[in-house]
Design a protein around this ligand. Structure first.
Ligand code: GLU
Length: 434
């Protein structure tokens, strides 16, 4: 199954659970059918003049899935593994994600097939600007609001804002279109929101706190956590979990992972990774790194560790039918988008492993994007304390709703979350006459 087929499969599963509620009405069926495919997919080649004066073409996409509840919203991914099906799936998941936390957006996603690590900074800037030219006619604060995703940063968002402003001027379109509110995840000095960088990880941490409470794991220092992926999301999740007293025993990057039985120090571990370019042998505990303090493990071994909480925080399709039966964690918090295949979902459910799905667990990022957009539109900025104080109840309420639904309907965490999200979107579509 490719990721889009996966997304459609999940929608069909949830539709069968919601069918009775809607008395299988024609409107319901129409809405579900419409939600299987995006409203619009923009696809093409973008050209970049490389440092050696050659011209290179990159395939680019923007998928706008659904905007019944508000403007399309979703990040842009720069990765060699991007495919059209992946972008379609990710845009579908954004629709559910925004509905889960009840923020007034639909869902979209963009992607470029490129390995940004092979580009110079100048080439990366040109690619980012060229991507904006490619989608400029289809975005705007009330149309579609892009943001960072895998390998796209606040700096890239800054170039994109600037390129969009140039585009508006070139096309005699008024700047009232508010270029700042057209992108989120921007740097603080260019309309960014306090707390946006760490928002996804912090939102996941609020989910962790609720989950351990439900699981009755009362002594934080005994709760062990393994995190696959140590990018922005994995790092900030680890940071907050460690700060609160949980034991983060393992983290990994694309090259491999480390296991530190005593619980690792995420800040020192990141410093070590930045110094060496990779995580291996960054065994850092209590502010000190010691080569004998842990052991190197593979990404596969990390997934199979005997920990309380497993956190996939990298890419899709990490937990599959081939490794799901080896997973020993009590619960999984999906901080990556789409890390678990449907076959694996079933295996995990049969094993009684609780799963908090991506569209809930990692919704903190887009939620603070929403706060950023709201601040840009009103030109009035909030303190980090205000941002966190608004994020926390949103994440906690979304988790609580999922839990209630899961208990009442005796369904998995994913189905419980999807039932709430899909219902919100379908109800709005029916109100609008679809
Ligand atoms: N790329 C992030 C996600 O998948 C953030 C999207 C946004 O802020 O619009 O949720």
């Amino acid at each position: 199954m490719n990721p889009h087929q996966q997304a459609v499969h999940q929608l069909e599963q949830v539709a069968s659970l919601l069918k009775d509620h809607y008395k299988d009405s024609p409107e319901f069926k129409r809405a579900i059918n419409q939600l299987k495919y995006p409203d619009r997919v923009i696809e093409g080649e973008i050209e970049v003049k490389m440092d050696d004066n050659s011209t290179k073409k990159f395939t680019a996409f923007r998928s706008q899935h659904n905007n019944a509840r508000g403007p399309y919203k979703g990040g842009i991914r720069f990765h060699p593994g991007v495919t059209k099906e992946e972008v379609l799936a990710l845009s579908t998941w954004m629709t559910w994600k925004c509905a889960v936390t009840n923020i007034p957006y639909g869902g979209s996603k963009g992607g470029v097939i490129v390995d940004p690590k092979k580009l110079s900074n100048v080439e990366l800037e040109k690619l980012s600007r060229a991507y904006v030219q490619f989608i400029a006619d289809y975005i705007g604060p009330w149309v579609d609001v892009p943001a960072p995703d895998v390998n796209t940063t606040p700096q890239i968002m800054a170039w994109m804002v600037d390129a969009y402003e140039d585009y508006l001027k070139e096309n005699n379109r008024p700047l009232q279109e508010n270029p700042l509110a057209t992108f989120t995840g921007k740097p603080l000095n260019l309309g960014g929101s306090s707390g946006r960088t760490e928002a996804t990880g912090l939102g996941g941490f609020f989910v962790l706190e609720k989950l351990v409470e439900k699981l009755g794991l009362t002594r934080k220092q005994d709760v062990t956590i393994a995190i696959q992926g140590f990018g922005n999301v994995g790092y900030w999740f680890a940071y907050h979990a460690h700060k609160a007293g949980y034991k983060v025993v393992s983290v990994s990057d694309s090259k491999g992972g480390i296991f530190v039985e005593a619980g690792l120090d995420p800040v020192k571990t990141l410093e070590c990774k930045q110094k060496h370019g990779h995580l291996s042998e960054c065994f850092c505990v209590d502010g000190k790194c010691d080569i004998s303090g842990g052991k190197s493990i593979t990404n596969e071994e990390l997934l199979e560790l005997e920990v309380d909480i497993l956190v996939p925080a990298a890419l899709e399709n990490i937990i599959t039918k081939d490794n799901a039966s080896q997973i020993k964690a009590k619960a999984i918090i999906e901080m990556a988008n789409g890390p678990t295949t449907p076959e694996a979902d079933q295996i995990l459910a049969d094993k009684g492993i609780i799963l908090v799905p991506d569209v809930l667990a990692n919704a903190g990022g887009v939620t603070v994007s929403y706060f950023e957009w709201a601040q840009n539109l009103q030109g009035y900025y909030w303190t980090k304390k205000e941002v966190v104080a608004k994020l926390q109840p949103l994440m906690e309420d979304a988790f609580e709703q999922m839990w209630q639904m899961k208990e009442n309907k005796q369904v998995s965490g994913r189905m419980a979350t999807y039932m709430t999200a899909v219902k919100r979107v379908v109800d709005t579509m029916i109100l609008r006459g679809i």
